[in-house]
Design a protein around this ligand. Structure first.
Ligand code: FAD
Length: 374
């Protein structure tokens, strides 16, 4: 049968666009459907824009493999297309002696994950690199960085279109019905509701992943993971940014913890914290500043009173609740949900942005029944 497109990707965040591009570069005709009026308005626009080196994730997990491979591919992609980034490096700091074993175990994990250049340095060495810092010891991660995630997503969109694909905004995906001969008939709403047929379907819908899976006919409800929202807020620093490297304390359960970054505009930003919430609410409660001051002063005692102002918030698309272990990325195929030609992504929280190019390549390979490329 003749399909309108070889593949449809639902969601034009970093991961949907990277997947659309991976499929387009394989010679497939691709349409990316996005419900918002523009690309990159979801989780991909409310994060730290940090390129993670891949230190923390269990060796062999998708998060470990795709973060390391995705980070290497991302730097090459940004460099080749002149998209702003800074490979500024990161210090994971221990401010108390009882955190030192934690740094040792992160170092061992990072080395097992094949992360380049990792080194334990003394507190004195860390403080010499970043005057004003307070540290008993630190892990130096030279491959960590920050980048312009919107420039990146615009470039991905451009590449999909240059390969003959389409990225269509203001077009919410509403239903997919498997066809007898294979493939899907898809309905999308918006101002000009439309129907189209595709051979393959990818769900990369971020916070909308569960709702998107629920409208694919034949997708077993029991195979849709629970949806939890892990809210994180950021505070912006007025005045000069104190450090050039990223500064991270050791991770907290469920997240990497509130950290410092100097953004590409040269300003200091702190966040995100973690609170499980019930609704999609992006307000930043100024009262949370209190806990930020206390937390930050453990590694930067010089933080002046009144220097933090509320900035923005993001929601992590979690598939685990408070106190539960953090699961791996899920790129579910027919073997998981029983629907041929469908790849459904769930739980694409951090390091999803860093991993996006590798997530896209892995999704494309799995759709074609190939082994994982990384
Ligand atoms: C606070 C925070 C900090 C983070 N920091 C980092 C970091 O520093 N580094 C890092 O690597 N990762 C980080 N992450 C994770 C990273 O941001 C995400 O993993 C990544 O952006 C997810 O991209 P995505 O394309 O899957 O989701 P999204 O960007 O949310 O894209 C999904 C898209 O699908 C669309 N959509 C949903 N339903 C439908 C529908 N029915 N029809 C059509 N379109 C639909 C949405 O509108 C959205 O545009 C952070 C996340 C958070 C929340």
């Amino acid at each position: 049968m003749e399909f309108d497109f070889d593949a449809a990707v639902i969601g034009a965040g970093a991961v949907g666009l990277a997947t659309g591009n991976a499929l387009a570069q394989r010679g497939h005709s691709v349409v990316v459907l996005e419900r918002e009026a523009a690309i990159g308005q979801g989780v991909s626009s409310r994060n730290s824009e940090v390129i993670h080196a891949g230190l923390y994730y269990p060796t062999g997990s998708l998060k470990a493999r795709l973060c390391v491979a995705g980070r290497r591919a991302l730097y090459a992609f940004l460099e080749a297309r002149h998209i702003p980034y800074r490979r500024c490096g990161k210090l994971v700091v221990a401010t108390e002696d009882d955190q030192l074993p934690r740094l040792e175990s992160i170092l061992a994990q990072a080395r097992a994950n094949d992360v380049e250049g990792m080194e334990m340095i003394s507190g004195a060495a860390a403080m010499a690199l970043e005057p004003g810092l307070q540290a008993r010891a630190a892990l130096d991660s030279p491959e960590s960085g920050v980048f312009d995630s919107h420039g990146y997503m615009l470039a991905l969109r451009g590449e999909i279109e240059a390969a003959g694909g389409a990225v269509v905004c203001a077009t919410p995906f509403e239903r997919a019905t498997p066809l007898e001969a294979g493939g899907f008939s898809i309905e999308a709403g918006g101002e000009a509701p439309t129907a189209l047929t595709v051979r393959q379907l990818v769900l990369a819908a971020g916070l909308g992943a569960q709702a998107a899976a629920a409208v694919v006919e034949g997708f077993p409800a029991a195979r849709i993971p629970p949806r939890h929202l892990g809210k994180g807020v950021y505070f912006r620093l007025s005045g000069r940014a104190p450090f050039s490297r990223l500064i991270y304390p050791p991770p907290i359960p469920g997240a990497l913890g509130t950290h410092y970054r100097r953004d590409l505009g040269g300003q200091g930003v702190f966040g995100p914290d973690l609170a499980f919430v019930e609704t999609e609410d992006y307000t930043v409660d100024p009262a949370r500043a209190e806990s930020f001051y206390a937390y930050i002063r453990r590694f930067w005692p010089g933080l002046p009173d009144g220097a933090l102002s509320p900035d923005y918030a993001g929601l992590r698309p979690k598939i685990h609740g408070p106190g539960e272990p953090q699961p791996d990325f899920r790129l579910d195929t027919e073997a998981d949900h029983g629907v041929p030609g469908l790849l459904a992504m769930f739980g694409i929280e951090s390091p999803g942005l860093t991993s996006s190019l590798a997530l896209g390549q892995t999704a494309a390979a799995r759709l074609e029944g190939e082994a994982d490329p990384y």
